[in-house]
Design a protein around this ligand. Structure first.
Ligand SMILES: NC(=O)c1ccc[n+]([C@@H]2O[C@H](COP(=O)([O-])OP(=O)(O)OC[C@H]3O[C@@H](n4cnc5c(N)ncnc54)[C@H](OP(=O)(O)O)[C@@H]3O)[C@@H](O)[C@H]2O)c1
Length: 267
C-alpha cells in the first residue's frame, strides 16, 4: 500500500528517521515543519539516500493555532492516509503562546489535537493516526484544569509529561468515537536526540555519560513505524511489542471531560 503520510516535526531526530523509512517504503510524505530551511536540508539528505522519495515540505508551527488552520487549508484535495503526530518539545520555562496557551501544551497537545481534528474530513474511514507519547506519562496526572497550567504549577518535565498524557487520553477518546480509524500511540523509550538536553548545567555531563546509552532515533521510531503499518487500533506500541492501552490509563469519563474542555478552548 502506497499512500500519503503527514509527519510533524519531520526535521527532528525521530521525525526525519520516520520520513526516510516511509519514503523508502514508497509512501508520499508531507513533511510538516516549522523551519523551512532546516526541512529543505533534511529533504536533500533523504533524497540523496532514497532518490525516488516523494517528499513535500509544508510549514506548520504547532505553537500557533492559526498556523495549524493554514496548514490544513493549504493541503491539496488528495486523501491523507496516515498522520504521525511526532513533533514535540520540552519547554525550558513557562511561556504563553499568542493564543494564550501554555507553550508545552500547545506544541505537544493542542496543536496535534487541532491538526488531527481538522484533517479527519480528508482521511479515509480506516486512516492511521499515530501519536508520539512518552514513558513520562506514567508519572503524570491530567485533569481539565491542568490543560492551562498557571506559572506556579509549571515544571519542565512535569508539564511535558502532563501534555503527553493528555495526548494519550485524546487518542483513547478519538479511537472510541471513530471505531474504524486506526488510532494508536507509540512510546519511543529514551532516545539520544536534542530533546533530552534540558538546558541545564548537567547537559554536558549527560552528553558524555548518558546519551551513549540512549536509543538511536532510528531505533526509537520503530514503534511508531510499526503502528503506522498496522491494522490494529487502540494499541500502545513500545519496543518491539504492542498491547491495548495499559489499565492505568483506563478512565473514559476523564477522557471525555478532557475532550470537552479541549473543544471549549479550540473551537
Ligand atoms: N527523545 C526522547 O527520548 C523521547 C522520549 C519519549 C517521547 N519522545 C517524543 O518523540 C517525538 C520526537 O522527539 P525527538 O526526540 O525526535 O525530538 P527532536 O529531535 O527534538 O524533534 C522534535 C521535532 O519537533 C519539532 N517542533 C518543536 N516545536 C515545534 C513547533 N512549535 N511546531 C512544529 N514543530 C515543532 C522540532 O522542530 P525543529 O527542528 O524546528 O526544532 C523537531 O522537528 C516528540 O514528540 C517527543 O516528545 C521523545
Amino acid at each position: 500500500m502506497h499512500s500519503r503520510v503527514i509527519v510533524t516535526g519531520a526535521t527532528g531526530a525521530m521525525g526525519s528517521a520516520a520520513v526516510r523509512a516511509l519514503a523508502a517504503q514508497g509512501h508520499a510524505v508531507v513533511m510538516a515543519c516549522r523551519n523551512p530551511g532546516k526541512a529543505a536540508a533534511v529533504r536533500e539528505r533523504i533524497l540523496a539516500e532514497v532518490p525516488e522519495a516523494d517528499l513535500a515540505i509544508r510549514p506548520l508551527d504547532l505553537s500557533s493555532l492559526d498556523s495549524v488552520h493554514a496548514f490544513v487549508a493549504g493541503l491539496d484535495d488528495g486523501p491523507v492516509s496516515a498522520l504521525l503526530n511526532n513533533a514535540g518539545v520540552i519547554s525550558r520555562s513557562y511561556a504563553l503562546t499568542a493564543d494564550g496557551l501554555e507553550h508545552t501544551f500547545s506544541v505537544n497537545y493542542f496543536g496535534p489535537v487541532l491538526l488531527t481534528r481538522l484533517l479527519l474530513p480528508a482521511m479515509p474511514a480506516d486512516a492511521r493516526i499515530v501519536n508520539m507519547v512518552s514513558l513520562t506519562c506514567r508519572f503524570a496526572e491530567v485533569t481539565p484544569e491542568s490543560l492551562s497550567p498557571a506559572e506556579k504549577d509549571f515544571s519542565q518535565l512535569g508539564t511535558y509529561a502532563c501534555a503527553k498524557l493528555a495526548l494519550l487520553r485524546f487518542s483513547q477518546e478519538l479511537a472510541r468515537r471513530n471505531p474504524t480509524l486506526r488510532v494508536n500511540v507509540a512510546d519511543p523509550g529514551i532516545v539520544g536526540s536534542d530533546m533530552i538536553e534540558l538546558g541545564r548545567w548537567f547537559d554536558p555531563l549527560a552528553k558524555v555519560f548518558f546519551r551513549p546509552f540512549c536509543k538511536s532515533p532510528q531505533r526509537g521510531v520503530r514503534p511508531a513505524l510499526a503502528a503506522l503499518a498496522s491494522d490494529e487500533r487502540g494499541q500502545y506500541y513500545v519496543g518491539k511489542r504492542h498491547q491495548a492501552f495499559p489499565d492505568r490509563y483506563f478512565d473514559p469519563e476523564l477522557d471525555l471531560r478532557l475532550w470537552e474542555a479541549t473543544d471549549r478552548i479550540l473551537f
